[in-house]
Design a protein around this ligand. Sequence first.
Ligand SMILES: Nc1nc2c(c(=O)[nH]1)N[C@H]1C(S)=C(S)[C@@H](COP(=O)(O)O)O[C@H]1N2
Ligand SMILES: [Mo]
Length: 312
Amino acid sequence: MLIRTKRDWELPESAATPESVYLNRRALMTVAGGIAGGLALGGRRALAADAPAPNPAYTLDRAVTPEAAATSYNNFYEFGTSKDVVSAAQKMPLRPWTVRIDGLVEKPMTLGVDDLLKAMPVEERLYRHRCVEAWAMAVPWMGFPLAKLVAFAKPLSSATYVELQTFGRDVYAAPGLRQPFYPWPYVEGLTMAEATSDLAFLSTGLYGKPLQGQNGAPLRLTLPWKYGFKSVKSVVRISFTDKRPKTFWALLNADEYGFWANVNPAVPHPRWSQARERLLGSNESVPTQIYNGYGAQVAGLYKGLEKEALFM
Ligand SMILES: Nc1nc2c(c(=O)[nH]1)N[C@H]1C(S)=C(S)[C@@H](COP(=O)(O)O)O[C@H]1N2
Ligand SMILES: [Mo]
């Protein structure tokens, strides 16, 4: 992002396949529900054993992004600064994978990601995603509310922030981690109020399938009202603290990538406008919305703080 890139978000036509696979799965689920009536749940489970129920509270104002685009055009600097990290990221072993929960909690713990998932209520949500680079997508995530993990972690009342961290070289020596210019490991953070809002989500899957390495497997934060760099991938540690986390991009350039990073069309990036966004997998450009369209859910978090929280 510090590096000027070409408009390489404009995928070739061949990459922009229709999202027919995903839509067909949904259609099947609906048909099964309609025919089976009272047995709908059983029918749905039989057709898509791995697919949790979609949460009807999270709908979209646009088409779902083609799966091929969302899973092949990625930002994951641990694997390099290009958008093409698929082959490198898929070499990362996803099991065993442990998550450390520590800091201001009743009892710090380290647990396997599958044990954590067993304790969490997995659902599916359609969310918009807006990268600070002015491209956007809309995808079906599977996962659970971050608030559920916060409750599970039992933070002390003194905790005011949650910090989430990606693996460093001690866990997996991804090629990008050799670049000493960057302040590894990638860290992101939220206030406790943000972390416990219903929109803050931890994703484990995408398009009804387990997450792939390039999208931040096995566990990644998903904050649809903030610029995408807040959505830290491949999380290994979640810490509760009373200090504002020093986040990866803010350490690099706080004027361009601040702590809040709430999507705002009125505040341009110093090097480009944020007024519009390009939809990944198409040539369409649409107006950017304040809080990426989630103002009704999150504007209340920033009452009296708007000057700061909507600047960057
Ligand atoms: N660890 C880590 N997390 C990260 C990034 C990264 O480089 N490293 N890039 C961020 C940015 S800028 C965006 S837009 C999203 C991209 O997520 P996607 O590739 O699944 O679309 O991941 C975010 N999370
Ligand atoms: Mo991004």
